[in-house]
Design a protein around this ligand. Structure first.
Ligand code: ADE
Length: 253
């Protein structure tokens, strides 16, 4: 998969290409990131890429022209590879990224990601050249680079053969519309600072894989109901999930 990213800070993207799972996938050419700097397309000696907003107010707005030239280069790159260009602009006013969206984007061969800075970009650039606006949450960041990297990381994890254990992505949070179950590793009994001794749940030591699977599903249901009831409300329950939730109810009475 190919990402053409438009950003004033190309070095930031080393955070994904140089570290961890996304670094290994990058080294194996499972995906590539090409960063285009709009400053390379500015028209004056000062390499200006922003200007004051019409109507006044705080901050600066990114000029349409260097961004349009950057997007057009990205489109040429993607068309040259035979990919249909699709342009995403990161902004708090977009639909919030979720697992479903990540899965849909992971099916694409290429994406063009526009990372804005300052107060945003000239609205006419968005009207003319952006296919979709995406947010990563209801808060404001200083630019679109971190959202771009969040999207690339989440999408790359879903590409075939990126994760070592074939099941790792399958059992992640959100995959079945539920939060992930709790994880434990050695030692069996743990006492941190002045807190009480905590034991690994017995069932996980039992070697009974059917029981372990059921316990994990039950924990996922409990956690989702407690922390993200909206996720449960958004989907119907399987027969097994309904039975487990009923059991949870009975245990609590
Ligand atoms: N740019 C600034 N804040 C953002 C957010 N929350 N999501 C996506 N892009 C942004």
């Amino acid at each position: 998969m190919r990402f053409d990213v438009i950003s004033l800070f190309p070095e930031m993207f080393e955070a994904i290409t140089k570290y961890g799972i996304t670094s290994r996938a990058h080294a194996r050419n499972i995906y590539s990131v090409n960063v285009i700097n709009p400053r390379d397309f500015s028209q004056d000696n000062h390499k200006t890429v922003d200007d004051r907003p019409y109507g006044g107010g705080p901050g600066m707005v990114m000029l349409a022209d260097p961004l349009a030239k950057s997007i057009n280069l990205a489109k040429q790159n993607q068309l040259g590879l035979g990919f249909k260009p699709y342009v995403i602009y990161f902004s708090p006013r977009g639909a919030v990224l979720n697992h479903q969206k990540v899965m849909a984007l992971s099916q694409m061969q290429g994406l063009i990601l526009l990372a804005g800075r300052y107060e945003g970009v000239d609205e006419r650039l968005i009207n003319a050249l952006v296919d979709e606006e995406v947010s990563i949450g209801d808060y404001v960041l200083s630019g679109g680079e971190l959202p771009s990297m969040a999207l690339i990381d989440a999408v790359v994890r879903q590409l075939p053969e990126v994760l070592g254990d074939a099941d790792s992505a399958v059992e992640d949070s959100f995959v079945n519309g539920l939060l992930d179950y709790p994880h434990y590793t050695r030692p069996e009994i743990l006492c941190l600072d002045d807190s009480e001794e905590q034991k690994v749940p017995e069932v996980l030591l039992s070697g009974n894989h059917a029981k372990i699977r059921e316990w994990r599903l039950k924990q996922s249901l409990l956690l989702t109901r407690a922390k993200r009831p909206d996720l449960l409300a958004a989907r119907s329950l399987t027969k097994e999930e309904a039975r487990l939730l009923k059991e949870i109810g009975a245990e609590n009475n």
